[in-house]
Design a protein around this ligand. Structure first.
Ligand SMILES: Nc1nc2c(ncn2[C@@H]2O[C@H](COP(=O)(O)OP(=O)(O)OP(=O)(O)O)[C@@H](O)[C@H]2O)c(=O)[nH]1
Ligand SMILES: [Mg+2]
Length: 300
């Protein structure tokens, strides 16, 4: 029997938990069962009580206190502890049937998605171990980043890093679309949904003209070439951003779905992409004719 799940990821405050809440509500409205797993050991409040909560295994607060660690080191410790106690996840998930969508609400520490190898191991355990869950990663990025294009491309790079690291079906999502309604022209929005590198050139707010051959205003001397290597002036920053944006553009790997968590149609649309990625509907038993909605049986 197959199992189906989605890993809801993204930087701090991107709207992961809100998206999980909206998804659970939408699934309930459509009479689909859901199993909600909280993997954020610092999360306190939930609109829907998690069916499984990492805090019942380990809490970030205790780790920080007892191990004298900061929030990021503490989080990594919690995940290492989870990896040593995988039965905590495996046992309750074993009995989940193929009708369920298992939602994993992840923490927002970016290092988890970029350079710490814990997440790939966790994903391998969920997808390829005895649980054999068909999983899709959903990576959320705040749409307000669009206003600052350097920030947008750095966020896009983190999404790409997660994609490459996890090697699993993946959708990228621009969350909080309600916040930019009316602020970005529809035509421009399309270019962020499929990011193109020229967006960086058009971001005039960030371009600072290179002040080559200018005297150092403090000392009156020519700028020291050695020290200027360590300083990133506006022009080098722009070139770096352009190179990063070009890399993303060249890969043609990152595109975004738009999400407004308050709008049920928008939540449903994103869910349909996740369903497609995990082939949820293909696995569902065909319904007996008597189970079909009476409306559908009525003559047109
Ligand atoms: N306007 C608007 N606000 C949103 C939306 N989604 C989330 N927020 C707000 O953004 C803030 C962070 O949302 P969360 O859902 O807690 O974000 P998160 O990614 O789970 O955060 P961490 O778990 O702390 O990393 C909250 O104040 C939410 O109310 C949205 O679609 N629109
Ligand atoms: Mg959260």
């Amino acid at each position: 029997m197959s199992k189906f799940g989605a890993l809801i990821m993204g930087p701090a405050g991107a709207g992961k938990s809100t998206f999980c809440t909206a998804l659970i509500q939408h699934l309930q409205n459509n009479k689909r069962p859901c199993f909600y797993v909280n993997l954020d050991p610092a999360a306190e409040e939930f609109a829907f009580e998690p069916d499984l909560d990492i805090k019942d295994l380990i809490s970030l607060e205790d780790v920080m206190e007892e191990m004298s660690l900061g929030p990021n080191g503490g989080l990594i410790y919690c995940f290492e502890f989870l990896m040593e106690n995988l039965d905590f996840l495996t046992d309750p998930l074993e009995d989940i049937t193929d009708e369920y969508l298992i939602l994993f609400d992840m923490p927002g520490q970016i290092e988890l998605y970029t350079h710490v190898p814990i997440l790939p191991d966790l994903v391998k355990h969920l997808m390829r171990g005895s649980l054999n869950i068909n999983m899709c990663a959903a990576y959320l990025l705040e749409s307000t980043f669009i206003i600052d294009r350097a920030k947008f491309f750095s966020g896009t790079l983190s999404a790409m890093s997660a994609m490459l690291m996890l090697e699993m079906p993946h959708v990228n999502i621009l969350s909080k679309m309600d916040l930019i309604k009316g602020k970005v022209a529809k035509r421009d929005l399309k270019r962020f949904v499929n990011p193109d590198a020229d967006l960086v050139d058009e971001d005039t707010s960030r371009i600072v003209e290179e002040e080559e051959d200018e005297e150092d205003p403090l000392s009156g001397r020519d700028p020291d070439p050695a020290s200027s290597k360590n300083l990133m002036d506006g022009s080098s920053f722009h070139k770096l951003n352009k190179a990063v944006a070009q890399l993303i553009d060249d890969f043609s790997m990152v595109s975004f779905l738009k999400l407004d968590a308050q709008d049920e149609d928008s939540v449903g649309a994103v869910l349909s992409y996740i369903d497609d990625a995990i082939q949820y509907h293909e696995s569902q038993e065909p319904k007996e004719p008597k189970e079909l909605d009476a409306d559908m049986m009525e003559p047109m």
